[in-house]
Design a protein around this ligand. Structure first.
Ligand code: HT9
Ligand code: FE2
Length: 407
């Protein structure tokens, strides 16, 4: 495997994040144990997805699953339901994960890795609990999970781990099935590359249409989360400020992509970029990360911008948050603002991405040292297990988690 940190085209550009004092993952916990685990004999991979409805009758039960036990107002559920209904009540996310499961399996086989790969969801069938039961019945009790979520935060890390714990507890398999999880993969080369290719294509397209560098803006879009979650998305001692590790990781990846494209002369020096947020929910009284993608798009003409590339940096596939919130809403905002706009691709089953996911599995099975773990930003490589205070949610009470114990 080529070392991305030694490829000049892939070396991080100057960082916009305050990541000067990032402790390395080799550092030990208070108990003296490292945050990087030793080699384990996993007997199966567990691809953990979000889940989505596959017909009109699934839409409301799915939304109730997602928002179970929380204060999401009914009007918001109804509003979100119309997005799904617009597409026949079908989210493509399950089909994407079926394809991703197959692609990971094929890549593992091509490397001579024989372990099976199961796919289960947090919020819709096939549910994690059923899949964990199925795996156990087949004699697979040491599972290494790959969650379809690249960044750190309650929603994108701990919530998956809570659902792993619930799956094991509810099926009576506590003490029988162990679920570990690969590190957050926001800055592994195969995750970043498909986005970089998409931005490059968009910028070349705009240049070909005669737009000057200063008239082009790149908006990296990700899911908004409550600011309280963002602050606690990573270990507190990293001091990453208001947006926490969540915002810092996105900014570092955006800077990496733009630095690389500037170095390759694909992005002009005058082309600005920024991180924007989408898909906010929750009561208006609760602060969430801003600015909103559509609000920013409306302001861009006033800044001399004429063409915008919207990059779905927070997402792995073209699911509803992308198809609706970006392809419908953000593109409509761009049209109203008189801007030329394109939405660039998600990683999907891009071979580089699939390959990086299998690298993540392999690095855990072989206990690859931190110094050899692929990562493109100073924030990485992220930890195998969360450091104390990481990805917490102060609004909810304690829930058991899996894949969170430093041994
Ligand atoms: C960080 C993050 C990711 C990225 C990481 C990851 O991918 O895991 C993500 C992904 C997704 N979010 C999705 C769908 C939904 N998210 C909701 C609600 C929420 N998301 C949140 C955060 C995130 N969400 C939060 C803080 C809430 C508020 C309620 C809560 O505290 O949990 C709601 C409820 C209605 C609403 O409030 O909008 C829905 C329907 C789908 C499926 C799309 C499809 O079906 O194609 C996907 C991939
Ligand atoms: Fe975490």
């Amino acid at each position: 495997m080529p070392d991305p940190t030694r490829d000049p085209a892939l070396t991080p550009h100057a960082h916009t994040t305050s990541s000067a004092q990032v402790p390395h993952a080799t550092e030990a916990s208070a108990s003296g144990a490292p945050y990087v685990l030793t080699a384990q004999e996993y007997d199966a991979v567990l691809l953990a997805g979000f889940g989505g409805p596959e017909g009109q009758e699934d839409v409301l039960p799915f939304l109730r699953n997602v928002t179970r036990g929380r204060g999401i107002p009914d009007e918001r559920l109804e509003e979100v339901a119309t997005h799904y209904r617009h597409f026949g009540g079908v989210s493509p996310i399950n089909e994407h994960n079926r394809q991703l499961r197959e692609a990971i399996e094929a890549e593992m086989r091509s490397r001579g890795m024989e372990l099976p790969i199961y796919w289960g969801n947090r919020n819709w069938a096939p549910y994690l609990e059923d899949v964990v039961q199925e795996a156990a019945a087949a004699g697979h009790t040491r599972l290494l999970a790959v969650a379809t979520s690249a960044y750190s935060s309650y929603s994108s890390c701990r919530q998956y781990r809570e659902d792993f714990a619930r799956a094991v507890l509810d099926t009576g398999l506590a003490g029988v099935v162990r679920i570990d999880k690969v590190r957050q993969f926001f800055d592994v080369p195969g995750f970043v590359q498909p986005f970089a290719e998409g931005v490059a294509e968009a910028l070349r397209g705009f240049a070909g249409q005669g737009f000057a560098a200063e008239e082009i803006r790149v908006l990296f879009a990700t899911h908004s989360i409550p600011t309280a979650d963002a602050e606690r998305s990573g270990p507190q001692e990293l001091g990453l400020g208001e947006g926490g590790a969540y915002a810092a990781q996105h900014l570092a990846v955006g800077e990496q992509i733009m630095g690389r494209l500037r170095a390759e002369d694909v992005a002009g020096d005058g082309t600005g970029w920024e991180l924007v947020y989408q898909s906010r929910s929750g009561p208006p009284s609760q602060p969430w990360l801003e600015p909103d993608v559509c609000d920013r798009i409306a302001e861009l003409p006033g800044e001399g911008v004429k063409a915008v590339a919207v990059v779905p940096l927070g997402f792995l596939s073209d699911h509803m948050e992308v198809l609706w919130d970006l392809d419908e809403e953000a593109m409509e905002a761009a049209e109203e603002a008189g801007l030329r706009a394109v939405r660039t691709p998600t990683p999907g089953v891009h071979q580089a991405f699939v390959s990086s996911l299998v690298d993540l599995v392999q690095e855990r099975m072989e206990a690859v040292p931190v110094s050899e773990r692929p990562h493109l930003t100073e924030l990485g490589p992220w930890y195998d297990v969360c450091r104390p205070g990481c990805c917490e949610n102060v609004r909810r009470g304690f829930s058991p988690v899996a894949a969170g114990v430093v041994p």
